[in-house]
Design a protein around this ligand. Structure first.
Ligand SMILES: Cc1cc2nc3c(=O)[nH]c(=O)nc-3n(C[C@H](O)[C@H](O)[C@H](O)COP(=O)(O)O)c2cc1C
Length: 138
């Protein structure tokens, strides 16, 4: 199975999750500034919420995706308070006719004094186990 990992991060939390996932899957996690050139079965896309919305960089990345190159997207997210970015990301992807897996991985991300140290080692291990399950490696 061919996979790719992309993320947008402002303070490093989502990147931590995506780095752990990518490393377990034997690929490199790249920022959404790196367009997806190759065709993949699964695209793990990491995002988070800032003032209740996903960053415009995620919107641009999704708008620039070639739907014929993506089997399905797997949503990965961190946030301090809100539930995951799934609904926002799904809406953007659906508008582009890109399928989204119903399974997702979300955990708390540190925001100033809130959720210090998150995602922590247990979150990273859970993210890796989720990603392996999604790719059939576990
Ligand atoms: C500018 C800014 C605005 C944020 N707004 C929200 C918010 O509206 N709701 C929320 O749950 N978390 C909010 N957060 C917390 C982030 O979603 C959380 O810390 C997340 O893990 C950040 O991911 P990142 O480190 O990958 O950028 C905000 C964080 C920042 C820096």
């Amino acid at each position: 199975m061919k996979v790719a990992v992309r993320y947008y991060t402002q303070t490093g939390n989502t990147r931590k999750l995506c780095d752990a996932i990518a490393s377990a899957l034997g690929v490199e996690a790249k920022s959404v500034e790196a367009p997806l050139e190759e065709t993949v079965d699964l695209l793990f896309l990491g995002s988070s919420v800032y003032a209740a919305g996903v960053d415009p960089a995620i919107k641009k990345f999704i708008n620039d995706l070639d739907p014929s190159k993506v089997g399905s997207v797997v949503n990965i997210s961190t946030a301090a308070l809100l539930p995951s970015t799934y609904n926002q990301v799904k809406k953007l992807l659906t508008a582009r006719n890109i399928p989204v897996c119903p399974e997702e991985f979300h955990c708390r991300g540190q925001f100033h004094a809130l959720h210090k140290g998150k995602p922590d080692a247990a979150d990273l291990a859970a993210a890796v186990s989720f990603a392996k399950k999604m790719t059939g490696a576990q």
